[in-house]
Design a protein around this ligand. Sequence first.
Ligand SMILES: Nc1ncnc2c1ncn2[C@@H]1O[C@H](COP(=O)(O)OP(=O)(O)OP(=O)(O)O)[C@@H](O)[C@H]1O
Length: 650
Amino acid sequence: MDALKSMLSPLGMSSANAIQDTLKLVVIGGTVETARRASAGAWHTFLDSFFLTAHFSQEDYPYDWLMHWLSKQPAWGRSREFEITTRTVSRNGLTQSTTGDLDEEDEDEDEDALVHGRRKRKVAFMPSIDTTHTIYYCGHWLRITRTKRYPDYGHGSALKISVIARNNDILKKLVLEAKREYEKDAEHRVHIFMADTTYGCWRWNGARQKRPMSSIVLQPGVKDMLLADCKDFLCSEDWYAERGIPFRRGYLLHGVPGSGKTSLIHSLAGELGLDIYVVSLSSKGMSDNTLTTLMGHVPSRCILLLEDLDAAFTRSVSRDATSTGAPTASNANSTTTAETNDGSTLSLSGLLNSLDGVAAAEGRLLFATTNHIERLDPALSRPGRMDVWVNFTHATKWQAEGIFKCFFPSKPIGVAATVPSAESSENIDASQKNLPLPKRKVPGHIIPVLDETEISELAKRFADAIPENELSVAALQGYLLKNKVRPRECVEEVAQWVIDERATREKLKKEKAEREAKEKKEAEEKERKEKEEKAAKEQEEKEIKEKSDKKERAKAKKAHRAEAAMKLEGASSSTTSLSTPEAVIPVVLSASESSSSESESSNGGIEADTEESITSEEEPDKTAEAPEAGDSAVKDNHSKEKWVAVKADS
Ligand SMILES: Nc1ncnc2c1ncn2[C@@H]1O[C@H](COP(=O)(O)OP(=O)(O)OP(=O)(O)O)[C@@H](O)[C@H]1O
């Protein structure tokens, strides 16, 4: 300090004091800030040594479990910063409400209630992103933060849970509890995931009610066989491992549209408690790499569904004659990449590799559906890839009877049949016109419940009226749906419906044939026009080329003559320099004198005047006989004239 004072002494006393004070402040401030930072660091180190933090990403299941669990926590619902959404509470879309749910007016109303035919929307409070909530759980305070995973892309969330604890038991307990609750609530639903070709990942698409196996009417034994096969596969992992066989199984469901292929898969997923991962191979942006990535991310126990396999290598919307993935003449070499204008590039080899390549997931049940098995490449449907094939046909009489019984529940014999009243008949008509029903869950009051014998008898009559293997089960279902509250009338009118259906189909067939014929004609006309235009263009190009060739040849000829003239001039000057009496005799040279002119005449060039052709070397005497040098005649053939120097008799 003394040194500082002595340094500052030459300055005025007052300014020296001011500088001293400033320096003091700087020193004190720096010390305080350093102390603050050190203490904060020590505090964080202290906290970190006690806090356990777990991260959960939206792409993984635990995130769903925790979001579902949190949605039921009162503290989560009491959050003071909200995101208000009419979407599902969590990514999994389970329909239970958060504790902060905002129901409209009558809270006790049915969740599925319809207002003017529309489902009522629930408004839910979701704690907003980047806010921290403290929840008390099993004697611990949990600090929970929802964050954005990819803020730049605007999607993807993550959860961060911190807790003061000696070990991670509390977090394990929390995750297990959340999982249990989630699974309990998801018990009656099948989760559907769709392939996202843009990001090469799976996106949750919805949770559907399970469909009972009994609602699928197939020929006897088919459902049982499939169910038993799937169950057997799922519990034979060790058996596969012992034999070195990849733990995968493929099912190919093929047959006519509307015969229950997709419904059966849905039903099986519910029965086996598996999620469904759906890939549409013909979707935009699908490529070998994307498919391989997707297949690599399929969980081990699930159903992987490849829909409309025959349309894999075509982007056609039609699923009939024009749509093909088959090794036809044009695409026989199907291992080559199919490139389309929508940017999709998928090859058969890419598909095969992704199905059973090294990166393909194990333990999954692969289901593929197609309406045209004959169009599939044999490599795709061979055993090992598709182990079980099931053929779906149009409805048989047996199926018609079965589906009728599914639609109209029966009462045990002896209980009086419920017949709709006149008032309810009005409702019936309204429902048949597809007008909204007041309550979805209680339609029983308008459906007459007949006794078993009557239903059996009606079902039999219904089946008798249905032609074998002609109409799809979906078509029968459509007819029954229209008559869902009129079982007796439904049977009475079915014969007429079949006639109408045939007529409609015939009409549609005819229209389709006409449309196709028209399209074919237009295509042919277009092709013919294109051909004509092409031919005209080619002809024009040919003519232009010929003209330019002619010009070129004429130019070359001119140049050649000029060259020859130059040579002659050179020769004449050399003879003069020898002081030999020479005369320059003009002679007419023809184009045929030169080799170039020969070639020209041979290839159709300008004809040479051979009569008057004289060469200085070959016919010197002729040149000698030529008129005197002074008045050497310049013959016509203007352009063909050349002056050559020849020795003349002096
Ligand atoms: N065998 C069946 N048993 C019960 N319902 C059926 C059956 N076949 C079709 N359906 C009904 O028909 C509708 C269409 O069925 P689904 O989508 O399963 O047919 P699909 O064979 O997959 O048709 P596509 O080949 O066109 O995809 C569904 O609503 C389903 O309930």
